[in-house]
Design a protein around this ligand. Sequence first.
Ligand code: GTP
Ligand code: MG
Length: 338
Amino acid sequence: MFIDEVIISVKGGDGGNGILAFRREKFVPKGGPSGGDGGRGGDVIMVATSGYNTLLHLRYNPEHKAQRGRHGEGSNKKGHDGTDVEIGVPVGTVVTDAETGGLIHDFAVEGDRFIVAKGGRGGRGNARFMSSTHQAPTEHEDGKPGQERRLQLELKLLADVGLVGFPNAGKSTLISRISAAKPKIADYPFTTLEPNLGVVSPDADNYRTFIVADIPGLIEGASEGHGLGIQFLRHVERTRLLAHLVDVSEFSTRKPADDFKIVMKELEKFSAELAAKPMILVATKIDAAQDAKRIASLRAVAKRRNLPFFKISSATGEGIEELKQAMAKLILPPVNDE
Ligand SMILES: Nc1nc2c(ncn2[C@@H]2O[C@H](COP(=O)(O)OP(=O)(O)OP(=O)(O)O)[C@@H](O)[C@H]2O)c(=O)[nH]1
Ligand SMILES: [Mg+2]
């Protein structure tokens, strides 16, 4: 299962207390005030790192506290500051306040650091309250508590290509064919409940790769909450290419051009930007398409919309290699063969 959402709680360390003390020196009857300040509490810091691809490590470890500051000591000794705590998150993680929903930080680049819970300030010791008219102060402060909050972390899958289409269009079968992903495949709609990611190597040397995301199918009314697919569309928001799969076989009783239109409408309702992404149109299950008109009708849609058109069969393998190469060509830098 690909986990992409998690709630954690974080707490900065409390500040140490400032203390009350007076110097006691052998031959000085009345020593001055000497209570030291408390140290500041540690911060909880989040860092984007390529060492993680998911938020799974946080699901099992949802509480993070930084160390508290030590209390001040006599002889004007300041307490030690608390140690910071670092939480590694994958690049692409978006952090919001779980209570208010407000955006806290979007970790867009590797190495990005952000304090998600500040440590509390240390309290001042009584030595700090001395003045010419106030020679023996007894005031001293407690440290401030560290910031405490619940965070919602959300990771958008950083896939290059997103597969979209009706339920049962053959999306999962395709990803299992072009990558090592082993998603569940079945001849009923809504087989896919969670997005699947697959790494595709278009070349024999496996040097260049790209990531394809398979999401649950979309149906009419998806943008109003029907079906499952819409909540996963945000996973393909950051892809560079959409492959729109349409079943042209006789297994489907709908018209291919209608399927295309319905899915496009839902994409547009979800986000105009998403619908305007580069797209290739893919006719699937051609091994089971006796009626050539079904393929032709979809090809006509592609022509009208000026979309690259492919026809494939994940069953026989026909057209798969061409499709893979076309995806690579559209999203990867060209191979430099000297
Ligand atoms: N004959 C034939 N059947 C196919 C082909 N590709 C997929 N199928 C079948 O179509 C059915 C649906 O395939 P899936 O890959 O699960 O479809 P999906 O688009 O992922 O469906 P959802 O996850 O429900 O959205 C399965 O029974 C597959 O075996 C193909 O190229 N030819
Ligand atoms: Mg599927």
